[in-house]
Design a protein around this ligand. Sequence first.
Ligand code: NSS
Length: 428
Amino acid sequence: MLKVEQAFKLPEGTEVSLRGWVYRIRKLGENKIFIVLRDVTGTIQAVVVKENVPAHVWANAEKLYHESSLTIKGTLKEDERAPGGKEVQVQELSPISIGEPFPIHKDQSEEFLLDNRHLWIRSRKMTNIFKARHHLINYLTEYLHSKGFYRFDPPIITTAGAEGGADMFELDYFGQKAYLTQSSQMYGEAGIFALERVYTLAPSFRAEKSRTRRHLAEYWHLEPEAAFVDWEENMQIQEEMVSYAIEQFLQNHPDLVEFFGIKDLHKDVKPPFPRLTYYEAVDLVNKLGGKMEYGEDFGADEEALISSQYNKPVFITKYPKKIKAFYMKEDPNDPELVLNNDMIAPYGHGEIIGGSERIWELEKLKQRIKEAGLKEENYKWYLDLRRFGSVPHSGFGLGIERFVKYVLNLDHIRDAVPFPRTVNRVYP
Ligand code: NSS
């Protein structure tokens, strides 16, 4: 059995067997049926001519629906009118499953397509997104492996919130309260004492009621954590990782790059990325017509203003301590600020990474937990990490779907994942 992509490379006259699904089907007059057959590698036109095939083959061809599964056998013929310049002249055709009429047609509403997501993922656009997502994750982790990071798999069910504990999905764990994890960071921090450099790649859950183009209630989160790395080296790792993944993707997948029309979008994505402090970024927002006070956080509009000045991602550093998580290390030059960064993607895609140097001294961390209004007893094991051979360390988290949305320039984050979970969708 050949793949469609392989068939296109063979000369006219070759006999080929292919298997897949009906991508399109059209009867021409009384004696010709055009079938576009789809497999994972592409589509090819096949033509069934009534007088050239046995009666049962013609009868089967007449029964097929859009998305029926089948195998065909035939001869390759060059034909300028066929997409890709070649078609298969069918000799044999065996349905695997004729099935029922496919419910998805042209011009259906976004809601209908989301309700039928389990079928819609077969579409060309979705298929290409998932191929691209696969490659991008590979390149991100390939970069981390080259820098000595080990993959380290965290639990999903936890007892305390890594991001302060608001907006968590609660569950009954054999009679005890537990939560779906908001972030695997704290487990990554435990991991560095064994492996020095680790990354987790796992789902994170956010029970926030954000109905935006960039919020999911469940998303895949890549979280590297490294011993003996300060906040500046932490940013270097981020910009190198993002640049490497994008460069490799552009280089190795010209078909996908063309499909998404992103060839020129990312040509300047090379380290170093511009760095603005929080204060500089607020000033920039106000200069560009936004309205923001010191101490406020950036929303989508403010991020879009900042990133409109660049065609590569930009870092915003040193946020006020008050608006950031309790575990971030204070700036020794200004204890009201923390040694952190967000990475903001251009073209309105917004924040794709949040990272920081971590507090590594026990007393300091206890104090910050208290100031943040959290309970020390909920962070018992996390505090232990500062009791036994603590070391300076840093890490960050990249939202896989945010990254895919940015690289492929998608309109909505839900298309970056096969089965999105949002405030109003948990089916299919
Ligand atoms: O909340 S974050 O800003 N930071 C953390 O969770 C840290 N614990 C990460 C770390 O240092 N290990 O989230 C990090 C990234 C953020 O930049 C987005 O890219 C993504 O996670 N993120 C999301 N993606 C999709 N949907 C939602 N709701 C979402 N929230 C964050």
